[in-house]
Design a protein around this ligand. Structure first.
Ligand code: ATP
Length: 322
């Protein structure tokens, strides 16, 4: 069977709900178009070790609703070295495969680009809960993570109201406050602290006090991981406002759970698009969700500087939480 009839798929970096729907779409649409589709287990590490298996229609049955990734994922230091990159590409070429779909974050896309330099046609599908990839409005997993935060905060709100307390909730986002901003806006947080926007804890404390004075019985402050040390923030707010607060760190629950309908949908669209561009003979492509459509862009778009922080949503959140 010739090279143009074979394609492999792997997941890499952090797992994200909806990756399985993307894997399923790659496998099923590939087989529909008479391709042999191969799954690579454990990301680039598995690729270097030759963990490559042909997928059948049944290999992806009953997975769309499951979180995580059936192909497993890994971080692989060897891929940063030329020797590792060559070995990874050779594993595919030895099996007569010269095309690979990489589902992951921008680090994984850099790994894909390294494989392109070694004779592999590559297609990147943005899969990360952080929504931090340049060139796409949304990444697979972001919507589910935001929904998880909203659900968790609604539970915290019950206890916050009963005790008439401020709760400070840390959500994921070391360099990018997308989860914090969207979930904070969705739940009507009193304040949202992001790595992208400087904040003044004295002002936040004054706002908390104003709220309580006019009869609010609880307050929720959403803090992205990268905005600062949550315990220090809580301590300072306690000192400035003179009343108690509680900290909740949501952690890895934000990565897990069944994908939202939107993430399964996005996974299907993006996986399908990857096969479409493969059949068109393209390479070094990233699949992007732009203006409510799934389109192909050059993979290098993902490495362009991030668009400037969009203050529209942040300002709205502040206006709504006066
Ligand atoms: P997430 O956003 O969930 O962290 P990611 O894909 O950005 O996902 P990384 O840990 O940055 O996660 O990258 C995943 C893997 O991709 C790395 O372990 C490594 O194997 C490969 N990779 C990352 N950067 C490079 C690079 N510059 N060159 C070659 N391979 C890379």
């Amino acid at each position: 069977m010739s090279f143009d009839k074979k394609i492999a798929v792997l997941t890499s970096g952090g797992d994200a709900p909806g990756m399985n729907a993307a894997i399923r779409a790659v496998v099923r649409k590939g087989i529909y178009h008479d391709l042999k589709v191969y799954g690579v287990y454990h990301g680039f590490e598995g690729l270097i070790n030759g963990e490559i298996q042909e997928m059948q229609l049944g290999s992806v049955a009953d997975i769309v609703h499951r979180g995580g990734t059936i192909l497993k994922t890994a971080r692989c230091p060897e891929m940063y070295e030329e020797a590792g990159q060559k070995k990874a590409a050779q594993q595919l070429l030895d099996k007569g495969i010269n095309a690979l779909v990489v589902i992951g974050g921008d680090g994984s896309f850099r790994g894909a680009l390294a494989l392109a330099k070694n004779g592999i046609r590559v297609f990147g599908i943005p899969g990360t809960i952080d929504n931090d990839i340049t060139g796409t409005d949304l990444t697979i997993g972001f919507d589910t993570a935001v929904n998880t935060v909203v659900e968790a905060v609604s539970k915290i709100r019950d206890t916050a109201t009963s005790h008439e307390r401020a709760f400070i909730v840390e959500v994921m986002g070391r360099n990018c406050g997308a989860i914090a901003l969207r979930s904070g806006l969705a739940i009507g947080a009193e304040s949202i602290l992001l790595p992208e926007v400087p904040f003044d804890l004295q002002e936040i404390s004054d706002k908390l006090l104003r709220g309580f004075r006019r009869g609010k019985n609880h307050s929720i402050i959403i803090v992205a991981e990268g905005a600062g040390n949550i315990w220090e923030i809580a301590e300072k707010l306690k000192e400035y406002s003179g009343f108690d607060n509680r900290v909740t760190i949501l952690g890895h629950i934000q990565r897990g759970g069944s994908p939202s309908a939107f993430d399964s949908f996005l996974g299907a669209l993006m996986g399908g698009k990857a096969i479409e561009v493969f059949l068109e003979g393209k390479s070094e492509v990233m699949i992007s969700f732009s203006n409510n459509d799934v389109i192909a862009k050059p993979l290098k778009t993902a490495f362009e500087p991030k668009e400037p922080f969009n203050y529209k949503l942040y300002d709205l959140a502040s206006e709504l939480a006066i």
